[in-house]
Design a protein around this ligand. Structure first.
Ligand code: ATP
Ligand code: HSE
Length: 279
């Protein structure tokens, strides 16, 4: 193989109540490759998260990155390019079929999750779909629905995940833990059953959104606007500042039009493939 790349979906982590445990893959893709960078791609510097993951996973040389995923916006840029770097190292070492091997995918996920510090925006980029993470275990959520995902990205605002995490309470009350546990379980069961009416309750949260949304009031407004316009569910994507809404594909354009004009929208869906090799 001379020039080739891996293609990795962005993600939306937490999905409301599932702080650090739930995530879904988005149909917006970064590429990480070996060889001459294509138009729009550039060689990643040694400090780039893709390069660090590539080398950590045993890769040799440089990688290039081409990505439309906004950085520092809660759409899993760092997770996706870390997965890309680790997956590129696996393909370099083992060949193009490496990413068909579940053992290799688990290794890729492990390398990227260790660098990221949590797996919820790494595992969707590896496996696609909606996933639950419990330590090293990644469980795909069976899907009885295939919604549109409308994301609203506020103009000119970024969030540092590390700083945002430092603002969250280190301990929570039993009442808040029970509140979120019930909602995460409801979310998984509702996805499996295709019960869209349960999704709004299932994405309510007491562990991180109340603190984080105070910092980004326009995102709080976008979240309410999406629900008022008929989205099945809406949440702060990752650590924000992006808002993600799940809805009937037939309603996506109307919901996008109801969102504030202080940000831009992307009309996406759930990526079901995860990381793939492209010759
Ligand atoms: N060229 C680069 N070199 C070094 N680090 C980079 C480069 N580009 C991006 N990064 C790092 O990638 C990270 C992106 O930010 P962060 O992890 O906060 O957000 P995100 O991945 O977009 O969102 P989230 O994890 O909430 O979904 C930052 O730590 C930033 O320093
Ligand atoms: N679960 C993570 C996702 C962002 O990386 C958080 O909310 O901080």
């Amino acid at each position: 193989m001379t020039g080739w790349s891996v293609r990795v979906p962005a993600s939306s982590a937490n999905i409301g109540a599932g702080f650090d445990v739930l995530g879904l893959a988005l149909t917006l893709h970064a590429e990480v490759g070996i060889g001459e960078p294509p138009a729009g791609g550039r060689t990643a510097e040694p400090t780039h998260p893709a390069t660090i993951a590539f080398r950590q996973a045993g890769g040799d040389g440089d990688v290039w990155v081409r990505s439309p995923i906004p950085i520092g916006r809660g759409m899993g840029f760092s997770g996706a390019v870390r997965v890309g770097g680790a997956a590129a190292a696996a393909v370099q070492r083992l060949g193009a079929e490496a990413l068909d091997d579940q053992v290799v995918l688990a290794e890729v996920c492990g390398v990227a999750a260790e660098l990221e510090g949590h797996a919820d925006n790494v595992a969707p980029s590896v496996y696609g779909g909606v996933v639950v993470c419990a330590d090293d275990h990644v469980q795909p959520v069976p899907l009885g629905l295939d919604p549109a995902i409308v994301v609203w990205v506020p103009d000119g605002t970024t969030t540092s995940t590390d700083r945002s995490r430092s603002t969250l309470a280190a301990e929570v009350t039993r009442a808040d833990a029970v509140f979120n546990l019930g909602r995460v379980a409801t979310f998984v069961a509702a996805c499996a059953a295709g019960d869209v009416d349960a999704l709004r309750l299932a994405t309510e949260d007491r562990l991180h959104q109340p603190t984080r949304l105070v910092e980004v009031p326009e995102t709080a407004g976008a979240l309410e606007a999406a629900l008022d316009a008929g989205a099945w569910a809406a949440w702060l994507s990752g650590s924000g500042p992006t808002m993600a809404a799940m809805c009937d594909p037939a309603d996506a354009a109307r919901i996008a039009a109801a969102l504030p004009d202080t940000g831009h929208t992307k009309h996406l869906a759930i990526d079901h493939r995860g990381v793939t090799h492209q010759p």
